[in-house]
Design a protein around this ligand. Structure first.
Ligand code: C5P
Length: 401
């Protein structure tokens, strides 16, 4: 049993190069037991032929709104009623804009307007299109209406640029569909997390920061949310969209992060410190921009509060998970950190090597807890977050019931 038996999924395909992956996605959905019908926009047909999907589904692919022949096989209203779920993959910037406006100027947008089924969009576009304020605004409008946007993933794009915009891989999309119908093992569990870097001001325009992108924390927040948890994410400055369903609190400095965490920690069941919190901050940030008047400048630094250790030391505190980024002696240092900070689970990763770590899309983790360990090999941060989410769930249930 894979969880999609008897599920009727309408796969919408819009115009983007990722459309070639939609055929693989279709096969994955079918293999998991779903019954799938495909609707393509005109632009999608420039990238992949309807015949491909017809051969795979055994059904004619619907492409036209006002074609009497197509309407007689299954009208657009019947299709809209038939679907348990509409998944648009890839969802182009143009399609998202039309959906945000409530247009019904082709078959797929009409179906989305007519359906009662949940709609999920696997966004795929050039990174500048993704970051364009118009697209940002469209995403917000769609999310407010309950349309969930999956991805995009970051990495090398077909246009040669590197950044967010790649459609999630078919197997990742399949996982997301399956999890919609799966048990929610963290239902009712409240998770407080930190993610991203902190910025410690030197003067009004300069700060001490670090290379944390926030990807790992954000991916983990999304995974835990899909497992049913209520998530509050206290985030340092990152350029990442907030995962759907996650409450986000923006902070800049370690002291602000500590304040935001301590104000909420009493009502959480699990605390996960993913943030790369600066260990030190300038003792006295200059009130005005420091001038280039002397050959050298001394900055006096003072230690920041250790948020994770503070939470772990609370009496009747939450189940705690920490991260350890090390450049050498990974297991020994991580184990020492687990014990000294008193955390229930530590996720250790190598940084400063060629692959993985802060700015990479991939990572590997060594998970350590009292009496156990598990190594998660190098994989995308999204997949890694899924596996880490499963281990956190298991350890939390084992320790706290
Ligand atoms: O001591 P170190 O910085 O290596 O510990 C890393 C772990 O501790 C991470 O989980 C990080 O989020 C957390 N941490 C924290 N507050 C600090 C420093 C680290 O919560 N000031």
């Amino acid at each position: 049993m894979s969880g999609l038996e008897a599920k009727k999924i309408l796969l919408g395909v819009t115009g983007g190069i990722a459309a070639y992956k939609s055929a693989v996605l279709l096969r994955e959905l079918q293999r998991s037991g779903a019954s799938v019908r495909v609707v393509m926009t005109a632009a999608a047909q420039a990238f992949i032929a309807p015949l491909t999907f017809q051969a795979l589904t055994g059904h004619a692919v619907s492409t036209e709104l006002l074609d009497p022949d197509q309407e007689s096989s299954m009208s657009h209203i019947e299709l809209a009623r038939w679907a348990d779920l509409i998944l648009v993959a890839p969802a182009s910037a143009d399609f998202m804009a039309r959906l945000a406006c409530g247009l019904a100027n082709d078959l797929l947008s009409t179906l989305c307007l007519a359906t009662q089924a949940p709609i999920k969009l696997a966004a795929a576009m050039n990174q500048h299109m993704w970051f364009n304020p118009a697209t940002r605004e469209n995403c917000r409008r769609l999310e407010v209406r309950g349309v969930e946007i999956w991805g995009p993933d970051a990495g090398l794009q077909a246009c040669g640029e590197v950044g967010p915009g790649r459609m999630l891989e078919p197997e990742d999309l399949l996982q997301k569909v399956v999890s919609l119908y799966a048990d929610r093992p963290l239902q009712g569990v409240r998770v407080l997390m930190t993610a991203g870097p902190t910025r410690e001001p030197i003067d009004p325009v300069r700060f001490i920061g670090n290379r944390s992108s926030g990807h790992m924390g954000y991916a983990l927040a999304q995974v835990l949310c899909e497992l049913g948890a209520e998530i509050c994410l206290v985030s340092g400055p990152v350029v990442l969209p907030t995962p759907v369903g996650v409450e986000r609190v923006d902070v800049e400095t370690a002291t602000q992060m500590q304040g935001a965490v301590m104000a909420r920690v009493e009502t959480c069941d699990i605390f996960i410190g993913v943030a790369a919190v600066a260990d030190y901050r300038p003792l006295a940030p200059a009130p005005q921009k420091i001038k280039k008047t002397s050959a050298s400048v001394n900055l006096e630094l003072v230690a920041n509060p250790d948020i994770l250790a503070e939470v772990a030391a609370l009496e009747q505190g939450p189940f705690t998970v920490g991260f350890a980024a090390e450049t050498e002696g990974l297991e020994a240092y991580a184990e020492a950190k687990r014990i000294s900070k008193g955390v229930d689970l530590i996720a250790a990763n190598h940084v400063g090597s060629e692959k993985g770590g802060f700015e990479s899309d991939e990572n590997a983790l060594l998970l350590l807890w009292d009496g156990g360990r598990e190594a998660l090999p190098m994989m995308s941060k999204i997949k890694l977050a899924e596996q880490l989410g499963a281990v956190i769930t298991k350890r939390y249930r084992t320790v706290r019931g």
